[in-house]
Design a protein around this ligand. Structure first.
Ligand SMILES: [Zn+2]
Ligand SMILES: [Zn+2]
Length: 442
């Protein structure tokens, strides 16, 4: 369906009779197009120049417009008289001033302007494309965004501040509503990357809301609304909120360990997002020390830095192999021969149905995961230590218990004696550094 523009009475006072129609316009001559535009009505240098933005040369739109006007012998038109924009570019300094005022309390190195065009500008834009088609024309939206960006950089430079336009991930964004003359500020989150070590059991990764009462407090959770007293997130986030002046945030780990498992070694990679931060360059050494101090040494942060796009992708996509240390207890006495044979039998492919304990929140299916290596040490006839290196997504507790046959093989099945994990530590999250990331379908 073709859109048919309604007639616009306001444009009738100008003569469009000489204007070439689109179909006659396979070879446009810039000078005759400019001549037609100038004859059609009062047009400012911004809007005239914008029809020729794609021509070779380094001129900005207003300069190009002024040159064409002079070459064709037309006199200057005050911007507010322009029938295309009505002088919208004159308001750029007002809007950038508003933007500066809005962002006054926020640290930023990068920004981006966007505009919400008014119906009038949208209509003239459409009309121009139809009646004065030009292969070199630039959309008014892009022209305005750039003009705002350049004016803003200039404004900040006069204050001795430095900022640059960033399209993909600006620190702050401004939206100018042309119709209302309003400017809105959006402060984008700051994201930190690090690795956390969790040296105490009973700490969840993020707030573990009680599923029975959904946080209101009940008998199951002892009125706390939570199933773990605290979490890495709850211990880390307040420090960063304090340092950045942000309003909220969250921690996103590259996978997670159970609340009762420690996270040792080099720690687990994570991202920490903070909403509406006032400061972005914070003292990360102070933050790490503060987290350690406030958690009484239960949580340590390593490799803290501002998260690059690569680091964010790494954590979000990351399915990393892990090295675990499990303390195992047996229902009956186990001989060392039987134990070492059973441990050897764990290496290779494991068929694992979603464990019973997580079936309420994960799809119930059978996964295939590899155990790369397994070593065991019998501590007593009924207790052992087991070190396992395995693919991401393998449930180690069920590898030992067998989960009623849901995991095969298992230490329980191989021994013929029920075995359970009594303590679990993650010794390492193997992200790169000599270990292949054995991502698999999930
Ligand atoms: Zn104009
Ligand atoms: Zn509860």
């Amino acid at each position: 369906m073709r859109f048919q523009a309604a007639p616009r009475p306001g444009f009738r006072e100008y003569s469009f009779a000489q204007t070439p129609r689109k179909e006659e316009n396979s070879r446009v001559d810039p000078l005759s197009l400019a001549q037609n535009l100038l004859a059609a009505g009062p047009i400012c240098d911004h809007c005239l120049g914008r029809r020729f933005a794609g021509l070779p040369g380094k001129l900005a739109n207003p300069e190009r417009g002024a040159l064409l006007r002079a070459a064709l012998g037309f006199s200057h038109v005050p911007e507010e008289k322009c029938w295309v924009c009505g002088g919208v570019f004159q308001r750029v300094p007002v809007w950038t001033e508003k933007a500066r005022e809005l962002a006054r309390d926020y640290e930023f190195q990068t920004f981006l302007f966007g505009v919400h065009l008014c119906p009038r500008l949208e209509a003239t834009e459409e009309f121009l494309a139809e009646r004065f088609p030009s292969p070199w024309a630039e959309p008014v939206r892009r022209h305005l965004n750039r003009a705002l960006g350049q004016a803003f950089v200039e404004l900040l430079r006069r204050e001795g501040r430095d900022a640059a336009v960033h399209y993909a991930r600006p620190d702050v964004q401004f939206l100018v509503d042309i119709e209302k003359g309003e400017v809105q500020l959006q402060v984008n989150p700051v994201v930190f990357y690090g690795r956390y070590r969790k040296l105490l059991r009973g700490i969840a990764q993020t707030t573990w809301t009680c599923p029975h009462c959904r946080g209101r407090g009940c008998e199951v959770c002892g009125g706390t609304g939570k199933l773990a007293a605290t979490s890495v997130e709850e211990l880390v986030l307040p420090v960063f909120l304090e340092a950045t002046g942000g309003t909220g945030g969250n921690l996103h780990g590259a996978g997670r360990e159970d609340a009762d498992a420690r996270m040792l070694g080099r720690g687990r990679p994570f991202l920490l997002s903070v909403m509406e931060p006032r400061r972005r360059q914070i003292d990360l050494a102070w933050a790490a020390e503060e987290v350690r101090r406030r958690s009484n040494g239960a949580v340590e942060l390593l490799e803290l830095q501002l998260a690059t796009t690569e680091l964010q992708q790494k954590v979000k996509a990351g399915k990393f192999a892990k090295r675990y240390l499990a303390r195992v207890s047996f229902a009956e006495r186990v001989t060392s021969e039987a134990f070492s044979q059973a441990v050897e039998g764990l290496v290779g492919e494991i068929q694992q149905r979603t464990p019973e304990r997580v079936r309420h929140r994960r799809a119930d299916l059978v996964r295939r995961r590899r155990v790369f290596s397994a070593q065991g040490r019998l501590l007593s006839p009924t207790e052992a230590e087991l070190e396992i290196t395995c693919e991401a997504g393998l449930y180690v507790k069920e590898l030992v218990s067998g989960d009623q046959g849901g995991t095969q093989p298992s230490l329980t099945a191989l021994l013929g004696i029920p075995a359970v994990v009594t303590e679990l530590d993650v010794l390492d999250v193997l992200d790169g550094e000599g270990v292949v990331n054995l991502a698999s379908e999930e």
